[in-house]
Design a protein. Structure first.
Lengths: 260, 260
DNA sequence: ATTGACATTGACGTAACGTAAAGGTATATA
DNA sequence: TATATACCTTTACGTTACGTCAATGTCAAT
């Protein structure tokens, strides 16, 4: 069995990256060479090839190099599990592209006079970060407002979150919006769809909160009505959506009219 | 008809970007506000909404802001045509994701012991830029070596190339490689597949050259054999691929043995 | 010995913003 | 009218992930 080794140019060319990138990766400790030969050259082996592959998968998914380093250097890093997560995330990325493609198609239809489109709709597919950004910005304010101690601990939990979990939140946030939109059309906040939206909303919030309580959930939902920033956001696509979500959550939690 | 206007936060929130991004886009001239009100606030209108949408489509495709500015600011910019190009490029991006997904799937199979994979294969999907990078690096050298005057003009043509055309080259380069690999298996440089590879190769080169000549084409193919950089690159996946491509091109051009 | 390809380190620069400070403006409320 | 809050501005510094270049050492072929 011949031991295959690569210098920087060979590995870079094989992987489709620059030699500069390999040196940078050595420098920041994300991909160290197997050894340094007597001339001072970096020599990479099969283990480094496999790690570079993983790095490139994560990079493709937009993960920062710092995060990638923390992930792949973990002694408990499980390669196959990571690969399966890559797979999921890549499929989500494809769905994201589909949403943008749908946007392009609709925009073409608009320009050709076949249909119309709100200014909001023109940015469909570009806003997935918005909902969780809102929670990041206002979540603390909610907790201060409603004085729930369990929720106060959410900052430490948020910091432990890696990119994969972050993406999970993104997906959940989208599902909340989509389900909510469909549920509003039913007009029934106690109905199956509305209760599903409320449950998804709970799941989404649970990423930020160390522990979940129905009171806090209901409090957040009420804030959507009381606070024009949230109300405007949810109502932009569908008038009444914020109020509907509030009603659905009240029914879901069994808590209503207490917070007014 | 009420005239809709947006300040930075409203437009940014709607588009899923930051207010900082909008100010930056104003600064670099890619998206100027419709007007500045008496307080000095940026006010955007429907035209700016549409332009921002186009900017975000291009950004999604990885086009630099400088290029985007040149494209959208062109008086002859055709919106619908651009949208249709976005569509094509997005579909290609999906195909790129499919290649990476296939790579992930195969890598999982390897780790689970179901199949094997070369080091080269481990980077499938990450190398689309490599071939045209090679031409960029060595193309001028070829022209100096063979003294073809028509080819000397390729620098000016290359500079006029926009991102869409650049991506077109990428796609063609891939097709050359794929077709070449299949053709080598036939063992017949005069066969249909081999001649297709030679033709794709010609198309790819034609992006760089103002005018095509058979002599220059044959010269490049011969260089693949004479120059270890090219030979090593093409032979890495399949031993003999560089020589096979040389033979196929000689037959395609009807020029052989002249350049030796 | 010479030449060309490949390696090293060190260093500067860049694209595309994120973040923060200082200060002005708009709006609602007491 | 005063105050508080949200929003706006400009200025300026910092960050991430490299690209580019210079100076110099190493390897292999002639």
């Amino acid at each position: 069995m011949k031991l295959i080794e690569y210098t920087v140019q060979k590995l870079a060319m094989m992987a489709g990256i620059s030699t500069r990138t390999l040196r940078y990766y050595d420098e920041i400790g994300i991909l160290k060479p197997a050894r340094i030969n007597s001339s001072g050259y970096r020599i990479y082996g099969v283990n480094e090839v496999d790690r570079l592959q993983q790095i490139l998968f994560y990079r493709e998914l937009g993960v920062s190099l710092e995060s990638i380093r923390d992930i792949v250097a973990d002694p408990y890093f499980e390669e196959v599990k990571a690969l399966k997560e890559h797979r999921e995330k890549l499929l989500e990325k494809k769905q994201h592209l589909d949403r943008i493609l749908a946007n392009v198609d609709k925009t073409i239809a608009v320009k050709e006079g076949r249909t119309t489109m709100s200014d909001e709709e023109k940015f469909a597919g570009f806003k997935q970060k918005l909902i969780d950004d809102n929670e990041k910005k206002y979540g603390k304010e909610v907790r201060e407002k409603y004085g729930n101690e369990a929720i106060e601990k959410s900052n430490s939990k948020l910091k432990k979150m890696n990119q994969t979990q972050y993406d999970e939140i993104t997906k959940l946030g989208e599902m909340v919006l989509e389900t909510l939109q469909a549920a509003v059309l039913t007009g029934d906040p106690a109905g199956e769809l509305a209760q599903k939206a409320a449950d998804l909303h709970r799941q989404w919030l649970s990423f930020y909160w160390d522990s979940y309580t129905k009171e806090a959930h209901a409090g957040v939902a009420q804030m959507y009505i009381d606070d024009d920033r949230f109300k405007a956001y949810y109502d932009k696509n569908q008038p009444g959506a914020a109020e509907f979500l509030r009603d659905a959550v009240f029914i879901y939690t069994g808590i209503s009219n207490i917070l007014r």
